[in-house]
Design a protein around this ligand. Structure first.
Ligand SMILES: Cc1ncc(COP(=O)(O)O)c(C=O)c1O
Length: 373
C-alpha cells in the first residue's frame, strides 16, 4: 500500500524532478541499536582526552553566537597551514568533502569537446559519492575498473580520457572501499594524460597512510587534493577542503554558499589543529596498531584474504558470500559493510572499519564464528 502511494507521488512530481534521480536512493544509515561494534562507516573510535574536551569547550565559548560565521574561514585556513595545507587562497572549505564534490559538480559542469553533458570519470570500485553527486547534478558518470591489485589501470584510464574528455577525474588514495593507496607514479601520469581535466586526488585517509601526494601539485597544475577531518575522529563537525590552484579555487568559490560551514565547527577544528594535534596523531597511531592486529588475525581465518590497508578500515574477501557473513556478524552485534550487492568480484567482500581494541575483539570473535574459524 505504502509503496503504491510512494510510486504515485513520484509519478505526480515527475514533470519537475530531474530524471536521473529516479535511479538513485537517499542515504539511509544502518541502525545502531544494541550493537557491540559499529564498524561500517570508517569513523574513528572515541579519542578525546579531558584536555582536548577542555580545548573544545574554550573554543566554543569564544564563538559569538549572534554573528554569521566568517565566510572566508580565515582562522581555520591559518590553522590548516600549520598542518601542511597551502596558503589560504588555494583552499576551499566545505561542509565535509562531500560538499566540495557537490561544488565541483556545480562549477565544472561545462561539457567539454562534443560531450552533451560534463563527464565525471572515476575508477571502480571507489567512494560512491562521486557517482551519486554527478548523477544528482545531471552530469554523466563513467567508470574504469581498478586492476587486479585494486590499483589504477593507467592504460584503461587513459583510453577513457581520450574517448570521453572528462571534466573531473576522482582518484581516492587510499581508496574506499579497498583501503590501498594508488601508485603515486600512476596518479602523476594520469594527470599528464588528462591535461584538460581536473584530477582530484581524495586523501580522506592520508593520515592512516602516513604520507600525502600534495607535492604532486607543484609539477601538475591540474591536480587538486581533497582532504577532511572526518576520519580523524571529527566526523560530527563536517569540515573538508580542497587544495588547488588559486585561479580555480576562486571560480569554484563563487558557487559556494557564503556560510556553508558553522562558526562552531570552524572554531573547534582550528583549535584542535593548533593545540590538539598531538592527541589526534596518537589516536591515528593507535588505529594503525589495531589495523595490523586485525589484518593479521583475519588473514589467519579460513578462506579469508585481507588486502593490505593504508586506511582506517580493511577490505576483506571471505569464502562465503559476503551477505551471509555480514548477517552472521550482525546477529553477534557487529556491524560492517558488505559489498555483495555490487556483485562480480565484490560479491565476497566486506569493508570493516578498525575500531577500538574492545570493538575489534568483538569483531574477531564474531568472525571466527561466522567463517568457521
Ligand atoms: C574517499 C572518501 N572521500 C570523502 C569522504 C567523505 O568525507 P566527508 O565526511 O568529509 O564528507 C569519504 C567518507 O567515507 C571517503 O571515503
Amino acid at each position: 500500500m505504502a509503496e503504491t502511494s510512494e510510486a504515485a507521488d513520484r509519478a505526480f512530481w515527475r514533470h519537475l524532478v530531474r530524471p536521473e534521480l529516479a535511479g538513485l536512493e537517499a542515504y539511509v544509515p544502518a541502525s545502531h541499536a544494541g550493537l557491540r561494534a559499529k564498524l561500517d562507516a570508517n569513523e574513528a573510535p572515541a579519542w578525546c582526552s579531558d584536555r582536548v574536551r577542555e580545548l573544545v569547550r574554550e573554543a566554543l565559548a569564544r564563538v559569538p553566537l549572534e554573528r554569521y560565521p566568517d565566510p572566508r574561514a580565515l582562522e581555520l585556513k591559518d590553522a590548516l597551514a600549520l598542518r601542511g595545507a597551502p596558503a589560504a587562497g588555494e583552499i576551499l572549505i566545505g561542509s565535509g568533502s562531500d560538499e566540495i564534490i557537490a561544488l565541483l559538480s556545480v562549477a565544472l559542469a561545462r561539457p567539454r569537446a562534443r560531450n552533451p553533458q560534463a563527464v565525471i570519470l572515476t575508477p571502480t570500485p571507489t567512494f560512491v559519492m562521486y557517482r551519486v553527486t554527478a548523477q544528482a547534478h545531471g552530469l554523466k558518470h563513467a567508470s574504469v575498473p581498478l586492476d587486479r591489485d585494486w590499483d589504477l589501470d593507467l592504460a584503461a584510464m587513459a583510453r577513457a580520457v581520450d574517448l570521453m574528455a572528462p571534466s573531473v577525474i576522482y582518484v581516492a588514495s587510499p581508496n574506499n572501499p579497498t583501503g590501498n593507496a594508488m601508485t603515486r607514479a600512476r596518479m602523476a601520469a594520469l594527470a599528464a594524460k588528462a591535461p584538460g581535466a581536473l584530477v582530484v586526488i581524495d586523501e580522506a585517509y592520508a593520515e592512516y597512510q602516513g604520507s600525502s601526494v600534495r607535492d604532486l601539485r607543484a609539477a601538475s597544475p591540474n591536480i587538486a587534493i581533497l582532504r577532511t577531518v572526518s576520519k580523524l575522529g571529527l566526523a560530527a563537525l563536517r569540515i573538508g577542503w580542497l587544495e588547488g590552484p588559486e585561479d580555480l579555487v576562486r571560480e569554484i568559490d563563487k558557487a559556494r554558499q557564503p556560510f556553508n560551514t558553522s562558526a562552531l565547527s570552524q572554531a573547534v577544528v582550528a583549535a584542535i589543529l593548533r593545540d590538539g594535534w598531538t592527541e589526534v596523531g596518537a589516536a591515528v597511531g593507535a588505529v594503525v596498531v589495531e589495523r595490523a592486529r586485525i589484518s593479521e588475525a583475519l588473514g589467519r581465518m579460513r578462506d579469508v584474504v585481507v588486502t593490505p590497508s593504508s586506511a582506517n578500515f580493511v577490505w576483506v574477501r571471505t569464502g562465503r558470500p559476503a551477505e551471509e557473513v555480514h548477517a552472521a556478524l550482525l546477529a553477534r552485534g557487529v556491524l560492517v559493510r558488505s559489498f555483495h550487492a555490487a556483485q562480480g568480484r565484490m560479491a565476497n567482500h566486506l569493508r570493516i572499519t578498525v575500531g577500538s581494541p574492545r570493538e575489534n575483539d568483538a569483531l574477531l570473535e564474531a568472525m571466527v564464528e561466522a567463517t568457521g574459524g
